[in-house]
Design a binder for this molecule. Structure first.
Ligand code: UT7
Length: 327
């Protein structure tokens, strides 16, 4: 539970941005590469196309910086105003971290920057982390970016996984509220992990500076998501003294439309409140929630004071949810 009374600083969510590579790979393109069909992919996942990194210009650092730049502008800030950059990614350009490159591209010279690795839960875990730094008074303007280029780590001959993933980045500026007008828009969160499921989704180190391609037990991960994700959404809502019907928007990790549908059915909420854009982007890992958030903000659907729950899940196993008001 967030103790707003002892916090000097509330948290506000004031600007979003996103970026994806230009190159589009459709389901029909994939059907030329592996034994699959548009019908199978669309009906089992909801995915129709995805954006795929094409060369050095589509590095994690570049995509993250493009998304970050837009979020900073949308927040009415300059890069020099940013105190902290958190880059949630599991597909770093450099094992030592990519956040420093993002800082350099942005010219955010006053920031401290680091990577956060939590797979497809990375954006939720990053949002909670950013908020903690703000609530303690350590930092005022935090740029949180979720960026992944999983296409680098996919086995393009494995039809069970290569159809799922796309590349991209999404960003959010999180800001401390003015102490003379305290306003805390982060209302509740719940973060979980269970290492007993660690071998269900991996990109393991093979030795001699080499990693394997992504491996996933799809059915088990699917079952885990449908069972555990609603629990954390309910827990974060409970901490905020809210109920699922209070939500304006539910933004889940964009992994499979059937997972979103199952959660919507379980909650009995209006399906139009469950944000979905995976048809165009596939599963972009830590980027999927902020890309969807930004699309809904750009379209004017998400408006000031709207109540939003986000929920991420994936490798670790890890999963989590946060409930906040926009603006
Ligand atoms: O971001 C991280 C979180 N990840 C996830 O949330 C992924 C969760 N899992 C899933 O979304 C689903 O499990 C998948 C979309 C990955 C797979 O769907 P599924 O309904 O669980 O399919 P399945 O693995 O049970 O496979 C059913 C059949 C199999 O054939 P047999 O053994 O029944 O003959 C597969 O070989 O479908 C076959 N199959 C395919 N057929 C055509 C698997 N991939 C494909 C394909 N095209 N691309």
């Amino acid at each position: 539970m967030i103790n707003t009374e002892s916090s000097l600083f509330g948290v506000r969510f004031i600007g979003s941005g996103s970026a994806v590579p230009d190159r589009v790979l459709t389901n029909n393109d994939l059907a030329q590469m592996v034994d699959t069909t548009d019908e199978w992919i669309a009906s089992r996942t909801g995915i129709r196309e995805r954006h795929i990194a094409d060369g050095a210009g589509d590095s994690v650092a570049n995509l993250a910086a493009q998304a970050g730049q837009k979020a900073i502008a949308a927040a009415g800030l300059a890069p020099q105003d940013i105190d902290l950059i958190i880059l949630s990614t599991s597909t770093s350009d450099d094992l030592f971290g990519t956040a420093g490159r993002v800082q350099k591209i942005l010219g955010a010279e006053h920031a401290v920057a680091f990577d956060l690795v939590a797979a497809c839960s990375g954006f939720v875990f990053g949002l909670v982390t950013a908020s903690q730094y703000i609530q303690t008074g350590a930092y005022k303007n935090v740029l949180l970016i979720g960026a992944d280029v999983l296409s680098r780590w996919v086995d393009w001959q494995d039809r069970r996984t290569c159809i799922l993933f796309g590349d991209g980045a999404g960003a959010l500026v999180v800001q401390a509220s003015n102490p003379s007008h305290p306003q805390n828009n982060l209302l509740g969160f719940e973060m979980r992990s269970d290492g007993r499921g660690n071998d269900l989704l991996n990109i393991n180190y093979l030795g001699r500076s080499t990693f394997e391609s992504i491996t996933m037990n799809g059915q088990e991960v699917y079952r885990f998501a449908v069972r555990r994700v609603p629990e954390v959404i309910e827990k974060s809502l409970h901490k905020a003294n809210l109920e699922v019907h209070d939500l304006d928007w539910l933004i889940m990790h964009q992994a499979n439309q059937r997972i979103i549908d199952a959660v919507v059915n379980r909650f009995g909420i209006d399906p139009a409140k469950a944000v979905s854009n995976m048809g165009k982007y596939g599963n972009t890992s830590a980027a999927s929630i902020p890309i969807a958030l930004d699309e809904w903000v750009q379209a004017g659907k998400i408006q000031a004071d709207h109540l939003i729950a986000i929920a991420g899940f994936g490798a670790g196993l890890s999963w989590g949810s946060a409930v906040f008001r926009w603006g």
